[in-house]
Design a protein around this ligand. Structure first.
Ligand SMILES: Nc1ncnc2c1ncn2[C@@H]1O[C@H](COP(=O)(O)OP(=O)(O)OP(=O)(O)O)[C@@H](O)[C@H]1O
Ligand SMILES: [Mg+2]
Length: 311
């Protein structure tokens, strides 16, 4: 049993017969960082929001389960019990995710009060400690600041402080550094890695950046068109990945092109493999839906184009 398991997540938009997530499975062990990668529109954020029970209006989970320690977090009304599961999420735009009219210390204090019964001053004291814990110098002074007075990197650290203040079992980081410059990115990566080692939580780390995957992640799940195409050890990504889409992503880097620029969009109406219209190896079998199957003890693949890997 894994610390965290999402199984069969299927998510649709009202009025459309074509799901934007289809049968998505992934799992995370304690202290493990799982990267979710894939080009824009592949469904990374939707997968995270489905796990959090925070799907936008008009988008609903039609199938699938989310479990922590084997316990199903879905409530009868379809929402997710995050508090029981202790799942926290940090978002791409730290400045926008904070309340602009409230001092950051009070925001962290509120997050702490959700999970611990502390009065205002004790919660503020705990918040200042938390702000120092995520590597912000002068936490007493910073706690009195408003978000617009802080840099993007500082705001992201504040978001991380809020996210880890409840000692989550699972932390979801959705492109946590894309709004930040490169040196700050490296610092945030280090912070996330050290927190994982210390708290022992699992992490779902969403990114476009395959370099960050190799640096940060233990395992990687590659998504396209709302499906998980392949899942394997991050250090096997470069030379061990098999899926034509994964190879395409990696070759995009070698060719020094941004794969987002080449994105011709996902054809959600395809009944079979959603990469088949772009895949050089596609054949008639690819008109069927390929499920994610084990091809080695630590490698799963969703592809009919690899005759050696599928009998
Ligand atoms: N509010 C919404 N209503 C309906 N469809 C949506 C909504 N938000 C996103 N989608 C669709 O869901 C699909 C998956 O989007 P998602 O945001 O999960 O992609 P992503 O992999 O996170 O992309 P990016 O890398 O750009 O963040 C896309 O086709 C997108 O157009
Ligand atoms: Mg996204």
């Amino acid at each position: 049993m894994s610390l965290f398991e999402a199984t069969g997540l299927t998510v649709g938009v009202s009025g459309s017969p074509y799901p934007i997530l289809r049968d998505v499975d992934f799992s995370v062990e304690p202290g493990e960082i799982l990267a979710l990668v894939g080009e824009s529109g592949s469904g990374k954020t939707m997968a995270a929001l489905a796990v959090m029970g925070l799907l936008p209006h008009g988008v609903t989970k039609t199938a699938g389960e989310v479990r922590i320690d084997g316990r199903n977090l879905a409530r009868p009304d379809g929402s997710i019990d995050r508090q029981v599961g202790q799942i926290s999420m940090i978002f791409q735009q730290p400045v926008g995710a904070l309340n602009p009219t409230m001092r950051v210390g009070n925001q962290v204090a509120r997050a702490i009060q959700i999970n611990q019964e502390l009065d205002r001053s004790a919660a503020l004291e705990a918040a200042i400690e938390m702000i120092g814990y995520v590597g912000i110098p002068g936490p007493e002074r910073v706690a009195k600041s408003y978000p617009h007075q802080l840099s993007g990197g500082m705001c992201q650290r504040i978001m991380i402080a809020m996210a880890v203040s409840c000692r989550p079992r699972l932390l979801i980081a959705d492109e946590p550094t894309t709004a930040l410059d490169v040196t700050v990115q490296a610092q945030i990566f280090e912070l996330i890695k050290s927190l994982v080692a210390e708290i022992g939580c699992g992490v779902v780390f969403i990114t476009h950046d395959l370099g960050a995957v190799v640096e940060m992640a233990d395992r990687v799940a590659v998504m396209y068109g709302g499906q998980v195409m392949e899942e394997l050890h991050a250090d096997r990504l470069l030379d061990g990945s098999k899926h034509p889409y994964t190879r395409y992503l990696l070759e995009s880097i070698v060719r020094e092109v941004d794969h987002r620029v080449e994105d011709i969009g996902v054809d959600f109406t395809l009944r079979g493999c959603r990469f088949s219209h772009r895949c050089l190896l596609a054949h008639s079998r690819c008109n069927d839906f390929p499920t994610l199957e084990w091809i080695a003890h630590d490698h799963r693949l969703s592809c009919f184009a690899h005759p050696l890997d599928r009998s």
